[in-house]
Design a protein around this ligand. Structure first.
Ligand code: APR
Ligand code: PHB
Length: 388
């Protein structure tokens, strides 16, 4: 098989890249280790930044998001039950859109198939070769046969557990990481969320986040131990904590729990995001804790930058965009890392915190929810800005 860009992984990064390249007249083949059904039903976060919603519309996959996504012009921060509103519209005239990541994936897969583009599911034994040459290749097995894709470039969009990053020889990448001493227990509940907008609720018991997928489907998270066993959280215990951490200012309706899982919280970055003709994009190069909801948005920003660099290469034989890809992405990645770390530190209880730390944290929360300058700064980072 021969193509211009071989794409490993059909998550938001790989699928959005393929669509943008298609619009630029650049050919690609996507290979994905899971089934279509699996990737379309994997529950992840679901917050789309202002510019990213416009980008999805511009590339022709925003129609259902416009219909079914929930547009929020603000968010809420609770401090031990006292709820404060942050008004994105008044501060910046920008919004975020709540639309599940798996819905974005469904729309992108449908678009890819309508484009007649190749998208192979359930591939195995994926490996990459000749990364330092101008004819790299991807080997894999599909339908019981060994296959090879010869290409000009490889986009490693295969997430944190993929093979792209580990295929880069030892000694090339620097790894920067931080584990947090807690995780998030998340449920999807057949019940209305307690507010039209999100509530990040800081309490003595730890954080709770009240978000949603629709007016009748709540997505609810609780700060829990780092290696929490889901079995320790029967539904009754989850609801008890969700009620307690919301406080009296809103009512929380209980519903049937459709899904339950624990996410570990970590920050992770590799530098550089390129080796020869292999370009890493999305979770294969960086992970953020979900507090700032930056994961999917960063993946989109990477592939927007990569597609620009590839377009300049193919239409003008320019290589500067490709050479600067890693540097340009990492600037944004570190900004998102800083913001996600800051939000995480602001809103969680830490096991090793001192009485001083706690007073300082409460004062931080009061500042963030009362100073217009501080609210504007939070809002600006939260709603995001387009890759430049
Ligand atoms: N070969 C082919 N595909 C692979 C391989 C492999 N060896 N390893 C992993 N994959 C696939 C995974 O099955 C997954 O579908 O790569 C895809 C990577 O997708 P994501 O993990 O969704 O990563 P990305 O597209 O970078 O999107 C980042 O995902 O994890 C969330 O919070 C994160 O929202 C962020 C977003
Ligand atoms: C979600 O809706 O799943 C969500 C929203 C905001 C976050 C994290 C997750 O910060």
């Amino acid at each position: 098989m021969r193509t211009q860009v071989g794409i490993i992984g059909a998550g938001p990064a790989g699928l959005a890249l393929a669509r943008i390249l298609h619009l630029q007249g650049i050919s690609s083949i996507i290979i994905e280790s899971r089934s279509r059904d699996y990737i379309e039903n994997r529950i992840r976060a679901g917050l789309i930044e202002d510019w990213a919603a416009d980008m999805l519309t511009d590339i022709g996959v925003g129609e259902r998001m416009k219909r079914e996504g929930l547009v929020h012009w603000g968010t809420n921060i609770g401090i031990n039950g006292e709820i404060h509103h942050i008004d994105f519209k008044a501060l910046l005239n920008k919004r975020i859109t709540i639309y599940g990541q798996q819905e974005v994936v469904k729309d992108l897969v449908e678009r890819r198939l309508a484009d007649g583009g190749e998208l192979l599911f359930e591939v195995g034994g994926v490996s990459v070769h000749d990364l330092k040459s101008d004819r790299p290749s991807i080997r894999f097995a599909h339908d019981g046969q060994d296959k090879v894709i010869e290409c000009d470039f490889i986009a490693g969009c295969d997430g944190y557990h993929g093979i792209s990053r580990p295929s880069i020889p030892d000694g090339i990448l620097s790894v920067y990481e931080r584990d947090y001493p807690f995780g998030w227990l998340g449920i999807l509940s057949e019940s209305p969320p307690p507010d039209d907008e999100l509530i990040y609720s800081y309490t003595d018991e730890g954080l709770a986040l009240y978000t949603m997928r629709s007016p009748t489907l709540a997505r609810l998270y609780l700060q829990c131990d780092h290696d929490e066993d889901v079995a320790a959280w029967p539904d009754a215990r989850i609801w008890e904590h969700l009620h307690k951490r919301l406080g009296g200012a809103r009512k929380l309706q209980e519903g049937k729990v459709l899904q339950k899982g624990v996410t570990a919280m970590r920050s992770f970055v590799v530098e550089p995001m390129q080796y020869g003709r292999l370009f890493l994009a999305g979770d294969s190069a960086h992970i953020v804790p979900p507090t700032g909801a930056k994961g999917m948005n960063l993946a989109f920003a990477d592939v927007v930058m990569l597609s620009r660099a590839l377009e300049a290469f193919y239409s003008k034989q320019r290589t500067d965009g490709l050479e600067n890809y890693s540097k340009s992405c990492l600037k944004r990645v570190w900004n998102a890392q800083r913001f996600s770390w800051w939000m995480t530190r602001l809103l969680h209880r830490f096991p090793d915190e001192s009485a001083f730390d706690r007073r300082r944290q409460l004062s931080d929360l009061t500042y963030i929810t009362s100073s217009e300058a501080a609210m504007k700064s939070l809002a600006e980072q939260y709603v995001g800005s387009p890759p430049n």
